[in-house]
Design a protein around this ligand. Structure first.
Ligand SMILES: [Zn+2]
Ligand SMILES: [Zn+2]
Length: 804
């Protein structure tokens, strides 16, 4: 019998489906295990082999946990709102709903062909009105608590997609989706106040088990820093009179205040207009116009040279009452640190270059460097700083801040890099924001009983180009009675961003049909938190942070049962093309999982993707590697079918099996999927060498151990060699630690350098014991024949040489 994956795989997929083999049971007495992978964001191209890497690996974990007696929830669904379907509709005129349906059918077929053990009865789809009803409900709750608000803000504007973009959707100054250069546009936007949760989002990372690099990225993204806000009063005239207006700057280095030789404002700073003097007007205004054309990203790039222009006005350094010039520079961003910075050329690299370029004074106030050569940015001892001379930087930061606080010219503050989340998009294919604008009552939330606010059918998807969504032109949908005063009002036409539906989908899996709540609170309590969540590293600061924020909010309003949604978070690296580049249609290097399944079978694809390299690292595809895995499975096939009945295996093989069992247990927990597979390959090679010593006992256990990796092949073999039920009903084997420890070795015994005997001995046998054992052997005794032993050479675990 030959190994033919295409014959056995569909058969067992059907069998598992008909037997509902992977259904999770609410409130089961068994301990629960909630294992989650990021549900796919649909595209017309179908499943990527990168998806398979994560899904197959966690599927192995889920299968093993079931066999260990856990009630496992391993669900799947579709993240289906968003631009791909809308852009496709713009191109072809095919409604996003139809495209989405088609895409789901395709993904489903592909996932099923991989034999993944998802609980298909809990499938969710973010574009289903019964699902997004609850996405909208969450928005209403946020609005109710003041955490969703509108603001006029300059947004990143993609002129090609004709929509506003979040900062994180702008990559290198270009639109993440289409590559067009991003511009600035002021729009009224819905915002979510994620900043209100900044501290908890940092602190509660202590409660969860995430990869260290994931924690570090989130902390860095939130960017909490302690510092001092310092007021620089504007100087009115040559006599240094002060105006009531002040420029407030944020700094983490209050110890350098005596070294400030300029203040730079963002072009958007509200005071800029009145500070420009007549003789500088033309030059400054030209500079500001140029700055408008640049994105925040471009302006904020660290490697970029700082530029600026003098306004003609001055302010006063509150520390030493010196008059210092006020400049405008586009590297200062309005939204960060109040849109103003102090320039300390002696102690900041970029300020140093800026001062050199524009002829500003470079005044050393921290000793320890050579400021004629370059800026000295480390902490040191204060000089040229009045009464603070001689203090260390650490002490000076405290004392100078306290001194300014006393003078009411400064204060201790905390600053975050994290901004509130722009939650509006001006496109069609998203959840409508459930808000009504009434000329009399203002902003009115849609009453809960009227949810969901369903997306109306649209003939034309073309964005209006004015900044409004295509929904704005459907008057029968937009015009509505105000729920408060019954007067004429209009619906909000913005829709929610991509991340809205994925914020809480894992809560819906707990109770996907519920029409009274997100999920039954009892079911949430049973299943949450998610025990193990695996996803892409690129989602660490977006989806993972957003969903933690929304979950914490739901916890505060007593909907979510725990403080954190995910107990453990791991990440997989991306799968690159065989040429080492990213897989892309335009490079023609995309590997289609369908092809691999067709040519080698799903089991080969699954194992190959686990075996290809360390799980958290990016790895290039390798077709030879795929073939190698296929040959490995062929060996397993032959070995199992060639083994004889009722034969007990040799102790050596049994020991190797127990070792393998231990290795798989440990490696799957530690996401070392590649080394687990490697250990299996070694074991099979050993069995092939010692074929006559491999009995049915070992074959059965081996199939159970392999079943999470190669479910189809093992199910077929299991039932062929006489298994009554599915292999997945078997208990996961336990290894015997004693058996692994009590390993024996073959010790070579030499007399005067010539091999005279081989003896079985315990591994790690001591020299003393080895000597006694060797000398007591009958064969050795003959060679020694009573002569005096002069010397013993002992090589641990290998040989003992007796010199006579
Ligand atoms: Zn674009
Ligand atoms: Zn009204």
């Amino acid at each position: 019998m030959e190994y033919k994956p295409n014959e056995i795989e569909p058969k067992w997929q059907k069998f598992w489906e008909e037997n509902n083999s992977y259904q999770a049971e609410d409130f089961s007495k068994k301990p629960k295990k909630y294992i989650l992978i990021e549900f796919p964001y649909l595209s017309g191209e179908g499943l990527h082999v990168g998806h398979c890497r994560s899904y197959a690996a966690l599927d192995a974990v889920a299968r093993k946990k079931r066999m260990e007696g856990y009630n496992v929830l391993y669900p799947i669904g579709w993240d289906a709102f968003g631009l791909p379907a809308e852009n496709y509709a713009i191109k072809t005129g095919i409604h996003p709903r139809l495209t989405t349906e088609k895409n789901i059918a395709n993904y489903k077929r592909q996932l099923k062909s991989l034999g993944l053990s998802f609980d298909w009865l809990r499938e969710v789809n973010t574009t289903d009105p019964q699902y997004y009803k609850w996405t909208q409900w969450i928005f209403l709750k946020l609005f109710e608590k003041g955490l969703a608000y509108q603001a006029e803000i300059p947004v990143n504007w993609c002129p090609a997609c004709k929509i506003g973009l979040a900062n994180e959707e702008v990559v290198g100054g270009a639109c993440e989706r289409c590559g067009a250069q991003v511009e600035k546009k002021v729009l009224k936007q819905w915002m979510l106040k994620i900043t209100a949760y900044a501290d908890r989002l940092i602190d509660d990372l202590g409660k969860v088990n995430y990869l260290e690099k994931i924690k570090a990225q989130q902390i860095n993204w939130i960017g909490k820093s302690y510092g001092t806000e310092i007021d620089f009063p504007i100087s009115v005239d040559q006599q240094n009179q002060r105006k009531s207006a002040v420029i407030s700057v944020f700094t983490t280095r209050a110890d350098t205040i005596f070294g400030v030789t300029a203040v730079v404002l963002a072009p958007e700073h509200p005071l800029v207009r009145e500070l420009i003097t007549e003789e500088n007007r033309e030059q400054v205004e030209k500079y500001i116009e140029e700055a408008k054309k640049k994105s925040d990203f471009e302006r904020g790039q660290l490697e970029k040279e700082k530029t600026g222009v003098f306004t003609g006005s001055y302010c006063i350094n509150p520390a030493n009452d010196e008059k210092i010039p006020i400049w405008v520079g586009d590297y200062v961003i309005a939204a960060y640190g109040g849109g103003a910075v102090m320039v300390v050329p002696a102690h900041d690299y970029r300020d140093y270059d800026f001062a050199k370029k524009y002829g500003l004074e470079i005044r050393e106030v921290i000793s320890g460097g050579d400021i004629l050569e370059e800026a000295f940015v480390d902490y040191g001892t204060l000089i040229n700083s009045g009464q603070f001379n001689g203090l260390s930087s650490e002490e000076a930061i405290e004392k100078i801040t306290a001194w300014l606080e006393k003078k009411r010219e400064g204060r201790k503050t905390v600053q975050y890099k994290l901004r509130d989340w722009v939650f509006s998009r001006q496109h069609y294919w998203g959840e409508p924001i459930p808000i009504i604008h009434c000329p009399r009552c203002g902003v009115v939330p849609v009453p809960e009983k009227d949810l969901p606010v369903e997306l109306p059918y649209v003939e034309k998807y073309q964005p209006t180009g004015t900044g409004e969504s295509p929904l704005a032109v459907i008057s029968e949908w937009v015009d509505i009675k105000c729920p408060k005063c019954a007067g004429p009002a209009k619906r909000e036409t913005d829709t929610m961003p991509n991340w809205a539906g994925s914020n809480w989908y894992y809560m819906r899996y707990c109770d996907p049909e519920n029409d009274k709540a997100i999920s039954d609170p009892k079911k949430l309590k049973y299943w949450l938190p998610v025990d193990w969540y695996n996803g892409g590293m690129e989602h660490t600061t977006l989806h993972l942070l957003y969903s933690r924020f929304i979950y914490k909010f739901l916890y505060d309003i007593k909907v979510a049962p725990t403080a954190e949604p995910y107990q453990r978070r791991t990440s997989h690296g991306i799968v690159l093309a065989e040429d080492g580049r990213k897989m892309s249609k335009s490079f023609g290097n995309v590997i289609n999982p369908d092809e691999i399944v067709k040519n080698f079978g799903a089991d080969t694809l699954r194992i190959y993707e686990m075996f290809m390299g360390p799980f958290d690292q990016a790895i290039a595809w390798n077709t030879q590697g795929v073939k190698g895995v296929y040959r490995f499975l062929e060996k397993v096939w032959k070995l199992a079918l060639g083994s004889s009945d009722n034969k007990k295996s040799s102790p050596e093989i049994q020991r190797a099996l127990h070792k393998l069992n231990k290795k798989i247990d440990e490696d799957l927990e530690a996401t070392k999927f590649n080394t687990a597979v490697a250990a299996f390959m070694e074991f099979i090679n050993l069995c092939q060498e010692k074929k006559e010593k491999v009995g049915r006992d070992v074959i059965e256990k081996m199939l159970i151990l392999l079943s999470p990796f190669a479910p189809h092949l093992t199910e077929e073999l299991w039932q062929t060699i006489g298994g009554k039920k599915s292999v997945f009903f078997e208990k996961w084997p336990k290894y015997d630690p004693k058996l692994i420890k009590a390993e024996t070795i073959t010790l070579i015994v030499q007399v005067n350098g010539k091999v005279r005997d081989k003896i079985e001995a315990q591994a790690d046998i001591s020299e003393e014991t080895a000597k006694k054992l060797a000398i007591s052997q009958k064969k050795v005794q003959n060679w020694l024949s009573g002569k005096e032993v002069k010397k013993i050479v002992f090589v641990p675990n290998k040989l003992i040489n007796i010199v006579i």
